[in-house]
Design a binder for this molecule. Structure first.
Ligand SMILES: *[C@@H]1O[C@H](CO)[C@@H](O)[C@H](O)[C@H]1NC(C)=O
Ligand SMILES: *[C@@H]1O[C@H](CO)[C@@H](O)[C@H](O)[C@H]1NC(C)=O
Length: 304
């Protein structure tokens, strides 16, 4: 049994704790320590609302965080928020929301891969990415990664075999008929298939992001009217593809250095082929890249 006096004491202690907590959260709100949801003005149109939400996302990005595929760490409160989101989504979505969408990865390949010379002319590619309620920032980073790794300006595209060894004819860098001035090499389109997601972020906001932040005409979004599952969703995407080669990628992937050409060369040499590369792992806690390569796997990695 607790005496009355002791009880009053406990209550007082509880009140003080409550006051301190209230004061702390007041400070947090005032000085922006906590993520306070500031209401979006209701006068904005739908498109303006998406723009505002995306702008806020962009403010949250931390330049250089997770660059190169190095482990990204957060401190203090953010670390706790990150751990909580990892429990909920099986990956640290809170951290993902802070890692720049366009981060590039270090070259994790076996050094021997750098010496392989591929044909300049290789088949055209449609990358098909299916998602169902995937975290928004992870999907956006996948899109960026496909684009940044297939940009013509990448240094690894400089090294190529420009003479067809069979015909002796000169080749240009790209798929047959591709303009040498095109921004991307081999990549013709990305077909993003929404397998009937229910998360609001993946709807109008994602479409708005693609329209306003990514190069025009390259990403096509296909929204399925009902959930049909990964395999059928991939087939649905494939029906819309216009390229020689279909690449099926999950919506939580990032391309390593020169990831596409080794596969394209193989497919060019043996067109009726399906193949899969070695797939490195992105750490769900820190978004670091864990490279799987071993020396005896060099043949697989480089397709030599
Ligand atoms: C990523 O985008 C930001 C903002 O547009 C830009 O400042 C930065 O240079 C880009 N980084 C890379 C690696 O392209
Ligand atoms: C998802 O599927 C349901 C029917 O199964 C449909 O009513 C709804 O419009 C679909 N949502 C989207 C965004 O495609």
């Amino acid at each position: 049994m607790i005496s009355k006096k002791k009880c009053a004491h406990t209550l007082k202690a509880a009140t003080i704790v409550l006051m301190i907590v209230t004061f702390l959260s007041f400070l947090e709100n005032k000085f922006g320590g906590k993520r306070v949801a500031v209401a979006i003005p209701s006068t904005l149109t739908e498109e303006e609302t998406f723009e505002e939400l995306i702008r806020r996302d962009e403010e949250r990005l931390v330049p250089g965080l997770g660059a190169g595929g190095e482990p990204a760490e957060l401190g203090g409160r953010d670390k706790q928020y990150g751990e909580a989101s990892e429990k909920k989504y099986a990956m640290n979505v809170f951290l993902s929301n802070k890692i720049p969408y366009n981060r590039t990865l270090n070259d994790h390949r076996n050094p021997a891969c750098q010496r392989v010379v591929y044909d300049a002319e290789l088949p055209s590619v449609s990358v098909i990415v299916v998602f169902h309620n995937e975290p928004y920032s992870v999907v956006v980073r996948t899109l960026w990664s496909i684009l940044t790794t297939t940009r013509r300006s990448n240094p690894w595209f400089k090294q190529a075999n420009y003479i067809n060894s069979k015909t002796g004819k000169p080749m240009t860098l790209g798929y047959p008929g591709q303009s040498p001035d095109s921004e991307f090499v081999y990549l013709k389109e990305i077909i993003l298939v929404d397998d009937n997601s229910t998360l609001a972020e993946l709807k109008g906001k994602l479409s708005h992001y693609i329209r306003t932040r990514l190069p025009p005409g390259i990403v096509k979004v296909l929204r399925l009217p009902e959930r049909i599952g990964l395999t059928r969703a991939r087939t649905a995407g494939a029906r819309h593809a216009t390229s020689d080669v279909l690449v099926f990628l999950d919506a939580h992937c990032e391309g390593v250095t020169d990831w596409l050409r080794p596969m394209l060369q193989r497919l060019k040499d043996k067109p009726a082929t399906a193949l899969t590369p070695i797939i490195d792992v992105i750490d769900q806690k820190t978004f670091a890249i864990h490279s799987n390569y071993r020396f005896d796997e060099v043949r697989l990695l480089c397709w030599i």
